[in-house]
Design a protein. Structure first.
Lengths: 113, 111
C-alpha cells in the first residue's frame, strides 16, 4: 500500500530534550516536505527536499533541522524543543510537484511542556 | 494580509444540501489550485486540482476558479454525512514547488 508513515504519532516531551520525528514514504517520491498545523494558521511549511541531499527552508524553519540521506526518509529534528513548537506535524511527499499532488502522513501530535 | 484567505466555519448543513466552500487569494501568479479534504485525526488528502481558470467536475464535486476575481470555490452536491471534514484550499505557482494552504473550513453534514 502506498503510504507516508510518521512516528511517533503522539509525543509529550519537555523543553530542551532533543527529539526526532521520522518520516518514510514507499512511493519513490523525490519531493518531501514537513508542515506544522496550528488552529487558525493552517498548514505552514517547515522544510522541504527536492531530492537526496537537497533540502531547503520553508516558511517556519526556526528551531528545526532535517536531513535527506535516503530517498525514502526525511526525519524532522528538534534539537532543543520549546513550548511554541507544540503542534500537529505532517510529513508529505510527491512524485511531481507541479500539480501540487501531495501525499500526507497521518500526523504527529507533539506537546512540549 | 494572508496570501490565501478561507473562512474557518464551522459550516453545518443538512444531508442532501449543496455546499459551497470558498477561498480568496492575493497573488495573481498562482496557476494551480487544489482542494484537500482532512478527516479528524488524519492527514489531508487531495480531492481535486485545477490548472488555471475554469471548472472541473468529479462526481459530486465541482471545483471552480475565477482568476479575474482571485476566487476559488468547491461545490459539493447531494452532500453526505461522510463529507463531514475540514476542507483546505491550496495553490501554487506553475514553476515552484511551494504550496500555500488556506486555514481550512470545517464542514459538518447533519443526517
Amino acid at each position: 500500500e502506498a503510504q507516508v508513515t510518521q512516528n511517533p504519532r503522539y509525543l509529550i516531551t519537555v523543553t530542551g530534550k532533543k527529539l526526532t520525528v521520522t518520516c518514510s514514504q514507499n512511493m519513490n517520491h523525490e519531493y518531501m516536505s514537513w508542515y506544522r498545523q496550528d488552529p487558525g494558521l493552517g498548514l505552514r511549511q517547515i522544510y522541504y527536499s527536492m531530492n537526496v541531499e537537497v533540502t531547503d527552508k520553508g516558511d517556519v524553519p526556526e528551531g528545526y533541522k532535517v536531513s535527506r540521506k535516503e530517498k525514502r526518509n526525511f526525519p524532522l529534528i528538534l534539537e532543543s524543543p520549546s513550548p511554541n513548537q507544540t503542534s500537529l506535524y505532517f510529513c508529505a511527499s510527491s512524485f511531481r510537484t507541479n500539480t501540487g499532488e501531495l501525499f500526507f502522513g497521518e500526523g504527529s501530535r507533539l506537546t512540549v511542556l | 494580509q494572508k496570501e490565501v484567505e478561507q473562512d474557518p466555519g464551522p459550516l453545518s448543513v443538512p444531508e442532501g444540501a449543496i455546499v459551497s466552500l470558498n477561498c480568496t487569494y492575493s497573488n495573481s501568479a498562482f496557476q494551480y489550485f487544489m482542494w484537500y479534504r482532512q478527516y479528524s485525526r488524519k492527514g489531508p488528502e487531495l480531492l481535486m486540482y485545477t490548472y488555471s481558470s475554469g471548472n472541473k467536475e468529479d462526481g459530486r464535486f465541482t471545483a471552480q476558479v475565477d482568476k479575474s476575481s482571485k476566487y476559488i470555490s468547491l461545490f459539493i452536491r447531494d452532500s453526505q454525512p461522510s463529507d463531514s471534514a475540514t476542507y483546505l484550499c491550496a495553490m501554487k505557482w506553475a514553476s515552484a514547488s511551494k504550496i500555500i494552504f488556506g486555514s481550512g473550513t470545517r464542514l459538518s453534514i447533519r443526517p
